[in-house]
Design a protein around this ligand. Structure first.
Ligand code: ADP
Ligand code: MG
Length: 873
């Protein structure tokens, strides 16, 4: 909007000057009890927030478009704008309008962006809110990625180089799921990363100048944030991409918060190789923290494993699931801790009930550091501290059986000093705001007590003076009165004038009375009238002192918070293990994964009418590297493969697993290529997406990885599909080329032949039983492939009209005849339909469990019984 600035009113001039500095933000301009928006901001935001668009005289011919929101509801509106992707600059009145001549001084005190939120009301308490900063150095092809959650005081940085640099950066971003990313121009040279951010990540991006990252001055404020003397103390080297990323990140944080706050106690240097590699596909396909379709937590692994009691624990659980470990020693440490809790369920129950009373120390501490904590926040901190001695006592009971729990016990401080101070200083149920007083306890501060005494006993003091003066002077009708002009006065009627003592000061003469004041009365008046204001400001000072004392405890609080969170997660693992019947996995190093009666952690909980059928898995790095799994649609192939991946992943986060027994060799990465991807919206065809995912896997997998391939090649014609699927299988299986553990589900029966041709391949299938014209899913995985797809049978099961089904059957038979005459000798070794008999008792019983007798005809019943008897033999 073009505005003639020479004509505009002074206040609007001020508005425009501020707005100039915050072009990329919506400017909330404080006017009295409202935040107003003007001109273009008003037009767009009134639409976005459905506010009424009005106008305000601004010196121009036309009124300035305007819309506004009441200041006390600002948080809610800011949150909505942030969710829509806006940034909001909050401009406050810095001088009191009542005491200012001319224009009130205004300036921006805070820029709210998605990645720099600190208000708990705007945050999800079960998830971190990360902002990431990326700095790429073209010359040596290195990249630094720094991340921080301002609301919890967490900060980390990673350094990437080498041929997988871009893939590693992408994985780190997939883990953080940042709300906002900042970078400079050089970012766009990392084409894959830039595409990934644009297409796959749903977050705000902010482009900054290179100087924001590299300017030497930023180092000084970084050191202040972490309260350290030099960069080396943080583990940062000069002139490196990671150092620049951190500097750029904290420069941006300072700029948005408008202050430097020493909120952070530690900068974690992430070594990429400490954690299992998981790309975004694997995270999504395995539904680690949200489901593929509805993006909800319910139905995800996180949902199953979450029995945490604190927000801190909930966030840590999420980050553990996002970052499974690779070090067997660290995994075993966690498993032993879970085991100790699992075996001592009384202690576990006590710990969990103590944790119920633990508040969000991290986010409360952020408010303390930013001086925005209110009296109730301090109470919450103290209430939490009061639980800690008992929590430590419980942990001490298990210290003998778990080194990790012993360590967490030692890292938890009881924070007594803090608790005592808050308990002594702050009332039991304080108001939210310090403004109205009533926050500081009686007896905590003498001056405040006497002020309060004066406030409540003012009337008595005056009465007391009146009585004393009456007695001293003998003026029988002496009265103390009050008016706004003279304050308190002694009133003497004409007949007593001669009794008025020397020292009284005459103030006013009325028709038949005189009014006086005395030194004492004046003092009493000052005390009474000043007491309230003084008490309020004194309360505010004391409160600030208490709060600032807590700020000095940042380091122990932060350390306590993270130990408590970890205890919460481990307890959650133990609790879930007890409830869902999980076992402690054995961590091995021979490369084999051996699971007995494994279950899918989510599917077993959500199945309503059926029982989940457990299955074994055995894969290793030698003769059983690749399992080719055939079976009709809907038989349970995808479920089986995901279940295996999830069990491995759970074990590596330190959780027990849904199985009767499990031996897990640590894997370095898990890859998945599962089902139709959700990238159709991004404009790529399914087949393209599929192939690029497969090529990513081939490029990045190592012999220690676990690869899940689900129906590769489906997106193209059969011959192409078979050829691609087979070539991929050959490449992965070949130990010279890759040789990693692989589960490969396919509907191309041609692949069954690989078992005889390639070393390391084993065929499996999911058993079905066909009797009468109906197939039944047994959900049991068995050795050997199937060369029949049962597609028509599944279609029938899905309710395709009978006529269409029988026509399809006709066509199928015809085509099979032709096909068989052409290539009679493709696959057949141990393929063929699995006979029901080979499945044994277990499968027969499983099948019986799933049978609804009412739905069967007599003939079907008889045939079922016959099958079962045969199986039991
Ligand atoms: P496929 O990949 O072979 O088409 P899915 O793995 O998608 O089959 O499984 C289809 C459905 O079968 C699942 O949604 C689940 O409800 C059920 N299912 C799969 N495996 C089992 C099992 N082991 N026990 C019970 N039900 C199962
Ligand atoms: Mg499937």
């Amino acid at each position: 909007m073009d505005i003639d600035r020479s004509k505009i009113s002074p206040m609007m001039q001020q508005y425009l000057e501020v707005k100039d500095k915050y072009q990329d933000c919506v400017l909330f301009f404080r006017l009295g009890d409202f935040y107003e928006m003007f001109f273009d901001d008003a037009i767009t935001i009134s639409k976005a927030l459905e506010l009424t668009l009005t106008g305000r005289d601004c010196g121009l011919e036309e009124r300035a478009p305007m819309c506004g929101i009441p200041y006390h509801a600002a948080d809610m509106y800011i949150k909505r704008l942030i969710d829509m992707g806006y940034k909001v600059a909050v401009c406050e009145q810095l001088t009191d309008p009542a005491e200012t001549k001319g224009i009130v001084v205004r300036d921006v005190i805070r820029v709210v962006t998605p990645g720099t939120l600190t208000e708990t009301s705007m945050l999800d308490d079960g998830a971190n809110n990360y902002i990431c900063s990326i700095f790429y150095v073209e010359e040596n092809k290195t990249c630094g990625v720094a991340s921080a959650d301002i609301s919890t005081g967490e900060a980390a940085v990673s350094f990437f180089e080498g041929k997988d640099m871009e893939a590693d950066v992408i994985n780190e971003l997939s883990r953080c799921k940042p709300a906002e990313i900042i970078f400079d121009e050089s970012f766009f040279s990392m084409k894959n990363v830039a595409d990934f951010v644009k297409i796959r990540l749903d977050c705000a991006v902010t482009l900054r100048s290179k100087e924001c990252f590299t300017d030497a001055a930023h180092m000084a404020s970084l050191l202040e944030v972490f309260s350290v003397k030099n960069a080396a103390e943080l583990g940062l080297a000069d002139n490196r991409a990671d150092t620049a990323a951190v500097c750029g990140l904290f420069d941006y944080i300072r700029e948005t918060q408008k202050t430097t706050v020493s909120r952070f106690t530690e900068l974690k240097l992430l070594q990429g190789d400490a954690f299992m590699g998981l790309d975004l596909n694997a995270r999504r396909n395995l539904e680690l923290t949200e489901t593929l379709r509805s993006k909800e937590k319910k139905g995800s692994l996180l949902w199953v494993l979450d029995s945490t009691k604190t927000s801190m624990g909930r966030r840590m659980l999420r980050s553990w699931i996002e970052q499974p470990l690779k070090s067997p020693a660290r995994i075993i440490e966690r498993l032993d801790a879970v085991d100790a809790l699992y075996k001592n369920s009384v202690v576990l129950a006590d710990i969990q009930s103590l944790l119920e009373r633990v508040y969000d120390l991290e986010r409360l501490m952020t408010k303390v550091m930013y001086k925005s904590a209110n009296p109730r926040d301090l109470k919450s901190l103290a209430a939490t501290a009061l639980q800690l001695p008992a929590l430590k006592a419980e942990l001490a009971k298990l210290a003998g059986s778990s080194k990790l729990l012993a360590r967490y016990d030692s890292e938890i401080s009881t924070l007594e000093e803090m608790a005592r101070l808050v308990e002594n200083a702050i009332m039991d149920e304080p108001p939210v705001s310090v403004k109205d007083g009533g926050v500081i306890r009686d007896g905590f501060n003498e001056e405040l007590d006497s002020l309060r005494h004066i406030m409540t006993h003012g009337k008595e003091m005056i009465d007391d003076i009146e009585q004393r003066e009456k007695d001293a002077t003998g003026i029988k009708n002496l009265k103390i009165g009050y008016n706004r002009v003279f304050g308190y006065y002694l009133e003497v009627t004409r007949s007593y004038y001669e009794l008025v003592p020397e020292g009284w000061i005459r103030k006013q003469t009325l028709a038949n009375a005189e009014r006086f004041i005395t030194e004492e009365l004046k003092n009493a008046e000052n005390a009474i009238l000043g007491a309230k204001d003084k008490a309020l400001s004194l309360e505010a000072d004391i409160f600030a002192e208490v709060r600032d004392f807590l700020a000095t405890k940042l380091v122990p609080v932060q350390q306590t918070a993270s130990a408590v969170a970890a205890v919460d997660v481990l307890s959650s693992f133990a609790d879930v293990a007890l409830r869902n019947n999980y076992v402690k996995p054995d961590i091995a190093i021979d490369g084999a994964i051996d699971i007995k009666a494994g279950r899918h952690p989510v599917v077993e909980l959500v199945l309503e009418d059926e029982m989940f059928v457990p299955n074994d898995t055995y894969i290793d790095k030698k003769a059983d590297r690749m399992a080719i799994i055939t079976g009709p649609n809907m038989s349970g192939k995808s479920t089986y493969m995901r279940q295996t991946a999830l069990i491995v992943l759970m074990a590596q986060t330190g959780s027990f697993v849904p199985a009767d027994k499990a031996k897990i060799s640590v894997v370095d990465k898990i890859f998945t290529r599962v089902g139709a991807s959700d990238d159709l919206t991004a404009g790529q065809s399914t087949f393209m997406v599929e192939m690029s995912e497969v090529s990513d896997i081939l490029r990045n997998a190592t012999p220690d990885s676990l690869v899940i391939l689900d129906e590769v090649g489906r997106g193209t014609s059969t011959f192409d599909g078979v050829s691609i699927a087979r070539a991929v299988a050959e490449h992965i299986c070949c130990s010279k080329k890759l040789g990693c553990k692989t589960l490969f589900a396919t509907h191309y029966h041609e692949l069954i032949g690989l078992e005889n041709e390639l070393e390391g391949v084993k065929n499996y299938s999911i058993a079905v039983n066909k009797h009468g014209g109906t197939i039944r899913f047994l959900r049991k995985i068995v050795r050997g492939g199937v060369d029949e797809s049962y597609g028509v049978d599944v279609a029938k099961l899905a309710g395709l009209p009978a006529k269409v089904v029988s026509r399809a059957r006709e066509l199928l038979e015809e085509m099979e005849k032709q096909h068989n005459s052409v290539q009679a000798n493709t696959v057949s070794d141990n393929g063929g339909q699995i006979s029901f008999g080979s499945l044994g008792r277990e499968a027969a019983l499983a099948m019986l469990e799933r049978t609804n007798i009412d739905e069967l005809s007599d003939e079907e019943c008889r045939s079922l019984l016959k099958d079962m008897l045969e199986a039991m033999e």
